[in-house]
Design a protein around this ligand. Structure first.
Ligand code: HEM
Length: 216
């Protein structure tokens, strides 16, 4: 994750310095060399994770190969529920699902698996961490609202320390409002970037390709 953070910082610096958005200037910069280095390091890390997991799954699959085969002729038991490597999981992890898909479809390459895993990690990690941090900040700043959230949690869970289920979400209405208000005040993704692939006519104006759009 620290490699991803470094790459994020490089991209942020490039974003804030317009001259670095010109490719050839960026390529000459120290930032570009750092960028190449950290991207290669994070790719190597993901490749290693994929390889280790594939090896582990292979060993576990061999252990399960003696189990009865389903009507479709496929022994799916390994990929299902609690027979998996991580027995605490009810569903296979993302990486396991991708590895299974690649077994069934040879066109699904390791590079694609790596891209999917890194997309989910970078898309899911900082957004959630940031939103949680701002949520706790706002809860601390507004103890009255914090109390209402605590009361609602007590109503739904009582004294139990059972895990939260998707059915509970429907009942946690005030918590839901507070999370949404957090994201309104402090959006984890405050802008989106788009590239125009062809010229667009917008009323009297033409937007020319290539142009990068920033939507707030
Ligand atoms: C508070 C938390 C989150 C916020 C505010 C958030 C926000 C966003 C936004 C605005 C986009 C669209 C970006 C674009 O189109 O340019 C996006 C895309 C995406 N997010 Fe999240 N996200 C959050 C949590 C997560 C989590 C937990 C995951 C996965 C575990 C995730 C996975 C993704 C993926 C895979 C995409 C790309 C979808 C695609 O274009 O194919 N996000 N997210």
């Amino acid at each position: 994750m620290s490699q991803c953070n470094r790459v994020n910082r490089i991209h942020m610096e490039r974003f804030l310095k317009p001259w670095l958005q010109i490719k050839w200037i960026f390529k000459l910069s120290r930032l570009s060399r750092l960028n190449t280095f950290h991207i290669a390091a994070s790719r190597a890390f993901y490749d290693q994770v994929i390889e280790d997991r594939r090896q582990l799954l292979k060993e576990e699959k061999e252990k399960h190969s003696n189990q009865p085969v389903a009507g479709d002729g496929v022994n799916n038991s390994f990929y299902q529920d609690n027979n998996n490597v991580d027995s605490s999981r009810k569903r296979p992890a993302l990486l396991d699902t991708l590895l299974k898909a690649s077994e069934e479809n040879p066109n699904f390459t390791d590079v694609q698996i790596r891209d999917e895993v890194s997309l989910f990690m970078t898309a899911g990690y900082e957004t959630t961490a940031f939103t949680l941090a701002m949520f706790f900040y706002l809860m601390a700043k507004h103890p009255g609202h914090q109390q209402l959230v605590v009361d609602e949690l007590a109503e739904v869970f009582g004294d139990s320390d059972r895990p939260c289920t998707s059915n509970d979400f429907a009942q946690l209405k005030y918590l839901d409002c507070c999370i949404k208000e957090t994201m309104r005040l402090y959006p984890g993704v405050p802008l989106m970037l788009r590239t125009i692939l062809e010229d667009i006519q917008a009323g009297r104006h033409t937007i020319f390709n290539p142009l990068y759009f920033v939507c707030f």
